[in-house]
Design a protein around this ligand. Structure first.
Ligand code: DGY
Length: 330
């Protein structure tokens, strides 16, 4: 539904298509500065819907579930000059195709670092301490009372935590994990040095790091190298009884390999917030008690979702003011 006001101080407002319903504060701000077509029912318009609705739009404000591959980029209306995504990840947009077309693309880094790191710690604790099983037991009325051997989990304090991808979120996870006395190891493209890694042990060869992972947390972007990185071969290199958590992107994990490892006990427990093909997920996970499953909640706090929206609007505002958006990725 387009907002009524199409001008401000006599100037035409940029026409903005907003793919999904956004937090109230974000929509309130954008309605003052854009002639916005919102999505009050929050229906998933799909790629084809967005392409159809892009006619006459100057900008799109999309989310991680709105896929714009090269073909879709090519079919957006010529009027569209910028796509701002309400996310830090931007693998759902073919940025090379956007760049070829001269379409600006922006994302929302920084503002979801803390929320995602908090969620990662939640996944680690929930997986290690069998929180899902315990909650299901209580809700089902099956808890008969405390016993010395009930739902014994894995101790987190003082264990080794290995992080793949020591960017903003990986470092924020490491920072929190130090409060649990964890010994931090990491793999990244380069050794970050003591100012950034705060004394964590760098492993240039990720395969060499795997035997050190009592806990393994994934914080790498999804690309050709990281897709299905957690496969049978790499899982075999982990210590027996390792815990894996993933709050990055689902396809970094090869589901069948992880499911087999969870069944055999090679991987004692896993905490997952993201899935290949989400919101569908491999049904094999649903039968397993030793995997804690969350519905992509990493950035889902009011503060963070507002900040993501404001950051996306800052980028759009900069673009339409004729300046370079701060978070340009194409
Ligand atoms: C992102 O911004 O990429 C996150 O996955 C959203 O939670």
């Amino acid at each position: 539904m387009p907002s009524d006001d199409t001008t401000k101080n006599g100037a035409a407002l940029p026409r903005l298509l907003v793919a999904r319903r956004l937090p109230e504060a974000v929509e309130a701000r954008l309605e003052g500065d854009y002639s916005a077509t919102l999505n009050p029912t929050d229906e998933d318009r799909g790629t084809e819907g967005l392409i159809a609705m892009s006619a006459g739009m100057d900008a799109l404000l999309v989310t991680p579930t709105d896929r714009l591959d090269a073909d879709a980029i090519g079919r957006l209306a010529d009027t569209v000059k910028i796509v701002a995504t309400f996310s830090v990840g931007f693998e759902h947009i073919d940025v090379a195709a956007a760049a070829r077309r001269g379409l600006v693309v922006t994302n929302t880094p920084d503002v979801l670092t803390d929320a995602t790191a908090d969620m990662t710690i939640l996944l680690m604790l929930a997986a290690a301490r069998r929180a899902g099983e315990g909650e299901r037991m209580v809700r089902a009325g099956k808890w008969d009372g405390w016993t010395p051997t009930q739902l014994m989990g894995i101790h987190v304090t003082s264990k080794r935590l290995a992080i793949i991808g020591m960017g903003r979120i990986g470092r924020a996870v490491a920072h929190r994990a130090r409060a649990f006395g964890m010994d931090i190891h990491y793999h990244d493209m380069q050794n970050l040095g003591p100012d950034l890694d705060e004394g964590a042990t760098f492993h240039g060869d990720v395969e060499e790091m795997l035997p050190f992972c009592d806990f393994l947390s994934l914080h790498c972007p999804l690309n050709a190298e990281t897709r299905h990185f957690i496969n049978a071969e790499h899982i075999a290199r982990l210590p027996d009884g390792a815990v894996i958590v993933n709050a990055s992107r689902g396809p970094v994990v090869e589901d069948e390999a992880l499911i087999q490892a969870l069944k055999s006990g090679k991987v004692a427990a896993a905490g997952l917030d993201v899935y290949e093909g989400e919101p569908a997920l491999n049904p094999g996970y649903l039968d397993l008690d030793n995997v804690f499953l969350a519905p992509h909640l990493g950035s889902a706090t009011v503060e963070t979702r507002n900040a993501m929206g404001f950051r996306a609007l800052d980028n759009l505002d900069a673009f339409f003011a004729g300046t370079e958006p701060g978070d340009r990725v194409a």
